[in-house]
Design a protein. Structure first.
Length: 371
C-alpha cells in the first residue's frame, strides 16, 4: 500500500520555497502511485510559476546515462572495464598513467585525474577554496565552444589528485569526458548520438536530450546562480553553451523522465543484471563539496538508517540542480529539481555557512523517500 501524502509533500516544497529557493518541482513514486508538485517561481522577474513538467538542466545525473552507454559497449565486447585507457586512447592519457588507469577507474572516479574546470575557467583557479574564486568566468564563457580533448588535456596535465585505483577517489569531470571519447572510438559516432540512441531513446525518454546549442527548448525554469553570495542578486544562466561539460553533465530532462530512467535501469532493462551489479560496486569518493560518498559506476549509493538503500545521482550546473533516487527494491522514487545553486554565504574563514534552504531541502528528500 502506498504511503504518499500529497498534502505533506506539497507543504515540504512550499517550505523550501519560503526558505529562499526561487522554484522547485518534483515527482515522487511509490509502487503504483505517483505524485508531482511544484512551488515558487520559474522566473522571479515575471512571477511565472514553476510547474512539475518543466525541462531542466540536471548536471551530473548525466553521468549515469554515460556510464550505462559504456557498460552496453562492455556487454557487446567492444570494451573491458579493467583494460587500461592507454590501450584505447594512448594519445590522450600517455605513458605510465595510461597503462595504469582502467576504464573502471574512470567511471568510479578512482583514476587520480584532476578536474579540468579550474584550468578552463581562470576565475575558478583557486577552487575548491571558493573564497578565493570569482564568478567572472561564468559570464566570459557563456557562449564559449570548448572541444572535449582540449578540456581533457587540461585535466591530464594538472597534478594528479591520487594514485590510479586508490581510494578515496576524487570526483572529476575529466574522467567522463574521456569515457565520451572512448564511446566515440568504439561506436564510430559521437558520444551524444550514442547515448541518445542507446540510452535515452531506448528508455523512451521523450523530454530528455543532450543539447546541441545553448538553449533549453520547451517550458523550463530560469537557472539562478549565486556563487556563495558573490552574485547578488543571483543571475540567470539557463542560456549557456554546455560544451564545458558535454555528456559528463549537460543533460536536459524532466523529473518524470528521470524517475522512468532510474526505474528501468535498476530493473535491468537498460543494461544487463550483471552490468548493473558492476554499477553497484561502490568505493568512497570525495565530492566537489568535500564530502565522502559511496560511488559505483555512475551511481551514488545513499543509505538512510531504518529505511534502507537508495540508488541514483545528483547534479548541478550554473544555476540549476537536481537529484534522482530510487529505493533498492524499485518501489520508491524521487526526482527533484531546483533553480538556485551555491546559495550559502561564506563565513570569515571562507567556508559556506548554513542556510535555511539546506534543512528544507533535506526535509523534502527525507519525506519523499521515506515519509
Amino acid at each position: 500500500m502506498s504511503t504518499l501524502d500529497p498534502t505533506k509533500l506539497q507543504a515540504a516544497l512550499d517550505t523550501l520555497h519560503r526558505a529562499g529557493m526561487p522554484g522547485v518541482f518534483a515527482e515522487v513514486r511509490d509502487a503504483d502511485q505517483t505524485w508531482c508538485g511544484a512551488a515558487g517561481l520559474a522566473d522571479v522577474a515575471t512571477d511565472r510559476p514553476s510547474t512539475a513538467d518543466m525541462r531542466h538542466r540536471v548536471g551530473s545525473i548525466t553521468k549515469t546515462f554515460t556510464a550505462a552507454a559504456v557498460l552496453q559497449q562492455v556487454e557487446h565486447g567492444e570494451l573491458a572495464l579493467d583494460t587500461p585507457i592507454g590501450h584505447y586512447l594512448p594519445q590522450l592519457v600517455p605513458g605510465e598513467r595510461g597503462g595504469s588507469i582502467t576504464v573502471r577507474m574512470l567511471i568510479n572516479h578512482t583514476s587520480g585525474l584532476a578536474e579540468y574546470l579550474p584550468h578552463a575557467y581562470p576565475s575558478l583557479a583557486a577552487f575548491p577554496i571558493v573564497a578565493k574564486t570569482t564568478p567572472k568566468s561564468f559570464d566570459d564563457n557563456r557562449f564559449t565552444r570548448f572541444h572535449p580533448t582540449e578540456l581533457i588535456e587540461l585535466g591530464v596535465a594538472a597534478a594528479a589528485v591520487g594514485a590510479p585505483g586508490g581510494t578515496p577517489g576524487v570526483y572529476s569531470n575529466t574522467n567522463y569526458l574521456l569515457l565520451c571519447q572512448l564511446l566515440e572510438l568504439v561506436t564510430g559516432t559521437s558520444a551524444e548520438k550514442c547515448i541518445t540512441r542507446n540510452v535515452i531513446e531506448h528508455a523512451g525518454l521523450h523530454d530528455t536530450e543532450l543539447p546541441a546549442g545553448p538553449y533549453i527548448n520547451g517550458s523550463h525554469s530560469l537557472h539562478y546562480e549565486s556563487w556563495f553570495g558573490m552574485i547578488d542578486p543571483p543571475r540567470d544562466y539557463s542560456v549557456y553553451d554546455m560544451s564545458w561539460v558535454g555528456p559528463a553533465a549537460s543533460l536536459i530532462s524532466t523529473v518524470a523522465d528521470l524517475n522512468r530512467f532510474y526505474g528501468l535501469l535498476l530493473s535491468g532493462e537498460i543494461i544487463s543484471p550483471s552490468s548493473l551489479a558492476q554499477m553497484q560496486r561502490t568505493v568512497p569518493v570525495i565530492s566537489f563539496e568535500g564530502k565522502t560518498i559511496d560511488y559505483g559506476l555512475g551511481l551514488h549509493k545513499m543509505t538512510i538508517p531504518g529505511h534502507g538503500i537508495y540508488w541514483g545521482h545528483d547534479g548541478s550546473v550554473w544555476g540549476g540542480g537536481a537529484m534522482s533516487m530510487t529505493s533498492a527494491d524499485g518501489q520508491r522514487q524521487m526526482s527533484v529539481a531546483v533553480n538556485l545553486q551555491r546559495w550559502n554565504q561564506l563565513d570569515a574563514e571562507g567556508k559556506p555557512q548554513a542556510h535555511p534552504i539546506d534543512d528544507a531541502l533535506r526535509a523534502v528528500i527525507q519525506l519523499a523517500l521515506c515519509d
